[in-house]
Design a binder for this molecule. Structure first.
Ligand SMILES: O=C(O)CCC(=O)C(=O)O
Length: 293
């Protein structure tokens, strides 16, 4: 059965978190219209300020082998297309919970956490520090279809991601594509692509995925094994998203990598991975003491 956007879509203003969680569990993805609207204006300002700073820091960029370049603010850069005024384009912006209070506050949005609680249970930990992917205008990088579990495989259920549009997002500027039901396919083999680990495009062309167009403030939740990605930004304006990730407080990364070589190496040490040193901020509930601080 092919799934349409309407089958995975709910609205923040009339939210039933149980129903939203049921959609997520069935399809591995969920669209919540308007969920991040209250935080948008501030986050948009912080995105713009972060871009300005990142560009100023570009002369200090250091190469990250096999990945791209990183500026001291934590912005990650890829090679730019030939038509750019610079030789590098932004991929991941140095915008995080420790740089933007609006971004941090938005991670605790009660309606968002009500949905996550119905998926993961009452105790919820933030995974990572918030992430902002940024597609520059006129050719900004594609993110090939992939499973996030290729980058961070977990011991238990893995993180639930909530990716939020910071601007109106459509087929021209890089809508997120999802493959409903793919969270049940297990861990798929990824290859190295321009945007790091991705599925082989011959096996996983965009036609197999469902594009989600949306307004600024719309949120797309996805399971960490749900296949997703986005094409280039062909518009004249930037296309940023900001992403929250949540997991059970006892869950932890067993394999972390961004290239096939790093993944092969990390797979050898998966059995030794521990929760210790991976404790995130509690977004809801309480952490049972299991040793360590
Ligand atoms: O649409 C994007 O910017 C890509 C997001 C994504 O693929 C991810 O967060 O894993």
């Amino acid at each position: 059965m092919s799934v349409a956007v309407a089958d995975i879509e709910v609205f923040a203003e009339s939210l039933d978190p149980k129903r939203a969680a049921e959609i997520f569990k069935e399809h591995g993805c969920l669209v919540v219209r308007g969920l991040m609207k209250p935080y948008l204006a501030e986050i948009q300002m912080d995105v713009a300020a972060t871009v300005e700073r990142a560009i100023e820091l570009l002369p200090e960029a250091k190469e990250v082998p096999g990945i791209g370049w990183s500026t001291p603010d934590g912005t990650l850069w890829l090679p730019a297309p030939p038509n750019y005024p610079r030789d590098k384009q932004i991929m991941v912006l140095g915008l995080r919970y420790n740089t933007s209070s609006a971004f941090f506050r938005s991670a605790f949005e009660p309606k968002l956490l009500d949905i996550v609680e119905n998926i993961l249970g009452p105790d919820i930990e933030l995974f990572l520090d918030g992430q902002s992917l940024y597609k520059e205008p006129v050719g900004g990088h594609p993110k090939h279809l992939h499973q996030d579990s290729a980058y961070f495989e977990h011991r238990y259920d893995g993180p639930v991601a909530a990716l939020n549009y910071a601007v109106d997002t459509n087929l021209q500027n890089g809508a997120l594509y999802v493959v409903p039901g793919s969270h049940r396919m297990g861990q798929l083999k990824h290859i190295d692509t321009f945007s790091h680990l991705g599925l082989d495009p011959d096996e996983w062309p965009w036609e197999k995925a469902l594009p989600i167009e949306g307004s600024a403030g719309d949120s797309i939740f996805f399971h960490y094994k749900c296949i997703h990605g986005s094409q280039e930004n062909h518009s004249n304006a930037p296309r940023p998203v900001f992403i929250h990730r949540y997991r059970r407080p006892d869950d932890y990364v067993t394999i972390g990598a961004a290239t096939t070589a790093a993944r092969e190496d990390a797979e050898k040490h998966a059995a030794e991975a521990k929760k210790q040193n991976q404790m995130g901020i509690m977004a809801r509930g309480f952490r049972k003491y299991e040793g360590g601080i």
